[in-house]
Design a protein around this ligand. Structure first.
Ligand code: KG4
Ligand code: ZN
Length: 368
């Protein structure tokens, strides 16, 4: 660590330069980010190597293949991130890596590599909660202050949270079955599209009529802010398998599915907006942030923008390439933690499960 800095409420007022590693699913990613909270930060490099080809034949991510591919690729991805940023290890303040939740083999590869670099370069480690990294990414791309209402929609999660501070999240609602990205991926498979299906369903939906099929609008009208997508997926499956279904209707079905998802999301987010607003302690405009891979969907973004303006919320969404998994979001979470002096012991273990509500716990030194 270098440089002289002052602090405000325990937050160091200087820039941090952090190397971030992401290996929790099927992207091997490393990035270097410089900045300070509340952002925005500067992305000096952001190298993402997708393993899509290795998994393509299996129609989904195979954990064992993913872990091996991370081992093979991570060193050169880190080298590329350093080279592209023109930063040498001496200028790195800390190393951040996803420590969970995710596929445990991949998380072990990234976290162990980060520990080795921390030892070799004599720099501290930040063990990052992957969900918290998604939650904070908007502060890397824009200037957004706490608190904000967060819709986190990814391949593994679907949650509505109040983000009050780094490490302080309040759960308003979650899915009772499938995550939204998972629902997109399963529907994609039913429509004959390859993994990851979300972007392909979105593209196919553009050519279809969203009113062509009558599908359920899950959870609409309920007082809680939870989600459910498995019934919708089952309805799509029944239509695909019905005798009258033809290839020509695929785009209409994709569009109808996406329209149902949007109707459900808008209703659930509206409930959470009421919860968030009633708990707000000042009259400042409320902010809705959308994060996670599914936030890359432009139909969802524009529907939620309309909802936000009708409800007097400001909406902030990171650019699409920062919504899907990447190293810059991990590095930024590292910046936010480092500024607060929150580093982790090298004994910390990887975690397959790590709910965001407990993301404030540090240096636990054990795996779950
Ligand atoms: O956040 P992410 O990259 O990985 C996880 O942490 O899960 O999210 C990946 C998920 C996949 O399910 C993928 O199909 C979905 O995000 N996704 C999309 C779009 N882009 C990615 N879903 C719908 N529309 C998109 N444009
Ligand atoms: Zn993710």
């Amino acid at each position: 660590m270098h440089g002289v800095s002052s602090t405000l409420f325990g937050v160091q007022l200087r820039d941090f330069t952090i190397l971030g590693l992401e290996t929790s699913c099927d992207e091997t990613a490393a990035a270097i980010v410089r900045g300070r909270a509340p952002g925005p930060g500067t992305i000096l490099s952001n190298v993402v190597l997708s393993q899509l080809e290795q998994h393509a034949a299996f129609g989904g991510v195979v954990p064992e293949i993913a872990a091996r591919a991370h081992v093979e690729a991570l060193d050169s991805v880190i080298e590329a991130a350093l080279r592209e940023a023109s930063v040498s290890p001496i200028n790195i303040d800390a190393i951040a890596a996803t420590a969970g939740p995710g596929l445990i083999g991949g998380v072990m590869v990234g976290l162990t590599t980060a520990k080795a670099l921390a030892l070799a370069w004599e720099r501290p480690l930040v063990a990052v909660n992957h969900l918290e990294a998604h939650a904070l990414t908007v502060r890397l791309s824009h200037r957004v202050d706490f608190p904000y209402l967060l819709l986190l929609i990814s391949g593994g999660h679907c949650q509505l949270l109040g983000a009050h501070d780094v490490g302080r999240y309040e759960l308003y609602g979650t899915t009772v079955d499938d995550a939204l990205g998972e629902a997109f991926d399963k529907v994609a498979k039913l429509l004959g599209l390859t993994y990851p299906g979300g972007p392909k369903v979105e593209a196919l939906a553009r050519a279809g009529d969203p009113k062509a099929f009558k599908l359920p609008h899950p959870m609409v009208g309920r007082q809680d802010a939870n989600f459910s997508f498995s019934g919708l997926k089952t309805a799509v499956r029944q239509i695909v398998r019905s005798p009258g279904f033809s290839e020509a209707s695929r785009a209409d079905l994709a569009a109808s599915f996406q329209a149902s998802v949007i109707a459900s999301l808008a209703d659930r987010v509206a409930v959470a907006m009421d919860l968030f607003r009633s708990a707000a302690t000042n009259d400042a405009a409320c902010t809705l942030v959308i994060a996670g891979g599914v936030a890359a969907n432009s139909a969802i973004r524009s529907a939620l923008s309309q909802l936000a303006s009708a409800q007097d919320f400001r909406i902030m969404v990171p650019p699409s390439h920062l919504c899907t998994d990447n190293g810059a979001m991990i590095a930024w979470a590292g910046v936010e933690h480092a500024q607060r002096g929150r580093f982790d012991d090298l004994a910390i273990g990887p975690r397959a499960r790590w709910p965001l509500a407990t993301a404030s716990q540090h240096s636990l030194g054990s795996a779950d």
